[in-house]
Design a protein around this ligand. Sequence first.
Ligand code: DAT
Ligand code: MG
Length: 140
Amino acid sequence: MAVTRTFSIIKPDATKRNLTGKINAKLEDAGLRIVAQKRIHMTKAQAEKFYEVHAARPFYGELTDFMSSAPVVVQVLEGEDAVAKNREVMGATNPAEAAEGTIRKEFALSIGENSVHGSDSEENAAIEIAYFFSGTEIVG
Ligand code: DAT
Ligand code: MG
């Protein structure tokens, strides 16, 4: 497997509880390198565009309200098979189903307030990285 990149967000429930460092430690311990990172406060419109794929889902309004409710930390992670590795360390969407030791098992509050986002494919990772970062902000 080659060294690749993925896109990650530390969500409002986690930034509000001061968990950025603990989450970053889990990412780094899993072998992922944080090659870009910034704290932003998404507008509702930005959150809607980012989660456009979920527009028809019943939780879309709640999700985009939540993601624009407080600051988030957006990140580019690099490592061997980064998309899959990050999904593994994140754990299942629903913290009740997340494996021991994963970020969501340890920190998530609910299926909605689940502490982290991670791209689900290399194709989406490239789209999501480009949505938040310019090339010069990523330093591998
Ligand atoms: P993931 O974030 O694990 O990729 P997803 O892409 O299916 O999960 O959904 C995106 C986000 O939407 C998820 O992190 C939290 C929210 N969400 C998903 N299913 C939900 C549900 N049944 N109720 C409330 N929020 C939900
Ligand atoms: Mg997803």
